[in-house]
Ligand binder design. Structure first.
Ligand SMILES: [Cu+2]
Length: 450
């Protein structure tokens, strides 16, 4: 129940405080500091908060929009014969395209069902509580992001847990499209979303990865899956670079097009043969093909041999045109190709309660300075320890950033231990516990209770 929700209203804060006190009381009665919230309880809790949530932003219209994004580990196919483990929003890479109208009052319920910390960071305007950096949402926890949709254009969302470029490479990103208000609507067009990413099954830190994915699949729109449009029809592409290295030079064959720099409707468009889009940036691309035929679109450079290539078939037509959004169809294609299998982590508790500040007198494990760095060998020190049952063990965080002590099987979880802080837990039952840091998963330790 004590999912970390950001409340802008005092009533909600009081309710949450009462809920936390009740939760702690019930867990003490149960003789344990840990408890499992019943399925769905975290969501209900969040719904209460929304109903009390008055947004006082002047730009807002009265339209409330709610979306749920779940961080899930999934096996997906990213190229023919290449199945990989990915970190996802709702099971696919990219996650669902979120589409709002400027001024919408948006609440995104974020639930983390993985054994690692994740967040939801959005591009665009919002306050610090909804920036997706603090807090880091720990395994089993949830968080509400609230904002007024602004500005209009092609934006994006991605995870901002650390190391962020790894979380992005692993697949935690998606398109955020904000349409201009009614009086500012752009010309109707046939619309596509193109989210470009990178993936290397062997080394996610490689500067030149094996794959440059288009909407999560190498060469997704080549051949049978090509895009379709009509001769003379206005085609609009929301093109987003979720890569982590080089700028992409997005190029359409056989036509000069208009590009709205940085994917913002407030910018004047430029005429372009190719438009540069750096990592974390976007463009709206508007094109018309004069002659029927099948044309390539791709990023110029070595990406085009590694998955960033597509085709659009322009069918003969004199109009009229239907101005259809193809974005829903595109998401169906992604699911069909990736065939996601979500990995269930049953050991991930629905909520955790921070232990008291009581310091034990028993054995100690240091969390060494510099543990946040995955190049450093020393983190939990000693890495392996044996203690007698009934003893309290204290982990002392000597590092300059937050860490956790999280059992792989869900037997215990320290929640966040701040820099200079410590966490004490009493081990009554014998067993071998493999634990790690949910923020820095390369930190691993073992505790044997005899
Ligand atoms: Cu993440």
């Amino acid at each position: 129940m004590p999912s970390e929700n950001n409340n802008n209203n005092d009533g909600g804060k009081k309710l949450l405080a009462i809920a936390i006190v009740a939760a702690i009381a019930s867990s003490i009665v149960a003789g344990s500091l840990f408890f499992l919230a019943p399925e769905g309880q975290a969501l209900g809790e969040m719904d209460n908060n929304i109903n009390n949530n008055d947004n006082d932003d002047n730009n807002s219209n009265n339209n409330k929009k709610e979306v749920t994004l779940v961080a899930e580990e999934a096996q997906i196919e990213i190229a023919p014969g290449e199945r990989v483990k990915a970190w996802t929003y709702n099971g696919t890479v990219p996650g669902p395209t979120l589409r709002f109208t400027e001024g919408d009052n948006v609440t995104i319920h974020f639930i983390n069902k993985t054994p690692l910390a994740h967040t939801l960071h959005l591009h665009g305007n919002h306050d610090d509580e909804s920036d997706g950096v603090h807090p880091q949402v720990l395994p089993g926890q949830s968080y509400n992001y609230t904002f007024v949709a602004d500005p209009a254009g092609a934006l994006m969302y991605h995870c901002h847990a650390y190391p962020t470029s790894l979380h992005i490479r692993m697949g935690m990103y998606g398109a955020l499209i904000i349409d201009p208000k009614d009086d500012d609507k752009p010309e109707p067009a046939r619309e596509f979303v193109i989210v470009m990413g990178e993936f290397d099954p062997k080394d996610q830190e490689s500067f030149v990865p094996k794959y440059y994915l288009v909407n999560g699949y190498a060469d997704q729109y080549m051949g049978d899956n090509m895009l379709h449009a009509k001769q003379g029809e206005l085609v609009r592409m929301y093109v987003i670079n979720m890569g982590t290295t080089i700028p992409y030079s997005f190029h359409l064959h056989s036509t000069i097009f208009k590009a709205y720099p940085s994917g913002l409707w407030s910018n004047d468009p430029i005429d372009a043969q190719t438009v540069e889009i750096g990592p974390g940036n976007a463009a709206m691309v508007e094109a018309r093909w004069k002659w029927p035929g099948t044309y390539l679109f791709h990023s110029h450079g070595l990406q085009e041999e590694r998955g960033n290539m597509g085709e659009i078939m322009v069918e003969p037509s004199q109009g009229p045109y239907e101005a259809e959004s193809m974005i829903g169809w595109q998401h169906e294609q992604i699911e069909k190709l990736q065939k996601p299998e979500v990995v269930e982590h049953t050991a991930v508790t629905n909520a955790t309660v921070q232990a008291s500040s009581h310091h034990g007198t028993g054995p100690q494990v240091a969390i060494a300075k510099g543990s946040w760095d995955n190049k450093q060998k020393q983190n939990y020190s000693p890495r392996e320890m044996s203690v007698n049952a009934g003893l309290e063990v204290t982990w002392v965080n000597q590092d300059a950033t937050v860490h956790t002590v999280t059992d792989r099987q869900g037997a215990f979880d320290s929640s966040l231990i701040g820099a200079g802080g410590s966490w004490t837990h009493k081990f009554d039952s014998a067993g071998k516990y493999d634990y790690y840091c949910a923020l820095h998963p390369w930190m691993e330790g073992t505790l044997t209770v005899e």
